[in-house]
Design a protein around this ligand. Structure first.
Ligand SMILES: C[S@@+](CC[C@H](N)C(=O)[O-])C[C@H]1O[C@@H](n2cnc3c(N)ncnc32)[C@H](O)[C@@H]1O
Length: 295
């Protein structure tokens, strides 16, 4: 993997990478058991629709803790290989450690800002579970992914659909926005364009076409996800991650005195998703986006 020159957006993701490698890594680590279970069902759907084949080499973009990379390594088998890349060194350190502990041999991990990295090696497939929504310039980043694929190689990525079909996130955001003013100035780094940057089907397919992909398809995937093992955990999750969590993080100490009010409003707002067994499970909607690198 080599870093490309500045024409390809070097530095554009610097602030987002600082956020992913620092506060957001800590927050994902804390809620990892919920995040990987919730997102897991949507990732599995993408792997069912576009299954990696034995012997293939697969690039996992924005791999986070690398659980999907390990999963893909199992699907491609010992003759194949899964390579996970992520811009945040902390995620890659954790991914390497966990794959080693699990004894998975056919995986590799590398720190790479996909927007500024031209891959020297080639892959039969690229996969991403929620790892492609945070690029400053998605066309540049996805062009690098397309160039890393063999002719005919397929990308399959999972991205959030529109906010209103992910009401637990959107409701939490509107509740928090109603109580806490988003600060105009803040010291904290932000995570880039945000989780809904690929929600619009036309924009996302145009991005892929501009990145040189062909044969673009988007399949809607509606599967409810676990938001918390109980209501306290669900509230803590939305106050820590996602759009509501970002508003609170950026407001920092200035909003601490409002946390009680936010907690009470979220408790009422999320009650609809409370299950008889005490867990919180909410409707969630993603696109499984697929495209191929032309021959
Ligand atoms: C929402 S997390 C998803 C992680 C993982 N794929 C999962 O499903 O659990 C987004 C990931 O994208 C990574 N990321 C953000 N910008 C990136 C970039 N420019 N290049 C590579 N990875 C990036 C973040 O560090 C983070 O690990």
């Amino acid at each position: 993997m080599t870093a490309a020159d500045s024409r390809w957006g070097a530095g554009a993701n610097a602030e987002a990478i600082t956020a992913w490698d620092g506060p957001l890594f800590d927050r994902f680590l804390r809620f990892r058991h919920i995040v990987t279970t919730g997102l897991g069902v949507h990732g599995e759907r993408a792997l069912e629709l576009f299954p990696p084949q034995p012997g293939e080499r697969v690039l996992d973009v924005g791999c986070g803790f690398g659980d999907t990379t390990q999963r893909i390594a199992g699907l491609v088998g010992p003759e194949g290989e899964a390579v996970g890349v992520d811009a945040a060194a902390n995620f890659i350190d954790a991914a390497r450690r966990e794959a080693e502990e699990a004894g998975v041999g056919n995986v590799r991990f590398a720190v790479a800002d996909v927007e500024t990295t031209r891959f020297e090696e080639h892959f039969d497939r690229a996969f991403s579970r929620m790892g492609t929504m945070f690029f400053a310039n998605p066309v540049w980043a996805l062009r690098n992914v397309r160039e890393a694929l063999v002719p005919g190689g397929r990308l399959a990525m999972v991205v959030w659909r529109r906010r209103t079909d992910n009401d637990w996130l959107y409701r939490a955001q509107t509740i928090v926005e109603g109580i806490v003013e988003r600060p105009e100035e803040y010291d904290e780094p932000t995570c880039g364009p945000g989780p809904f940057s690929m929600a619009d089907a036309d924009t996302t397919s145009d991005v892929l076409l501009h990145a040189g992909f062909a044969d673009v398809s988007l399949q809607r995937c509606d599967i409810p996800i676990l938001v918390g093992n109980d209501v306290d955990e669900a509230i803590e999750l939305v106050m820590t991650l996602g759009p509501a969590g970002e508003i609170l993080r950026l407001a920092g100490d200035r909003a601490t005195h409002l946390h009680g009010e936010v907690d009470a409003a979220l408790r009422a707002g999320l009650s609809e998703f409370l299950q008889p067994d005490g867990t919180v499970v909410a409707p969630a909607s993603t696109w499984v986006v697929s495209a191929t690198a032309p021959a």
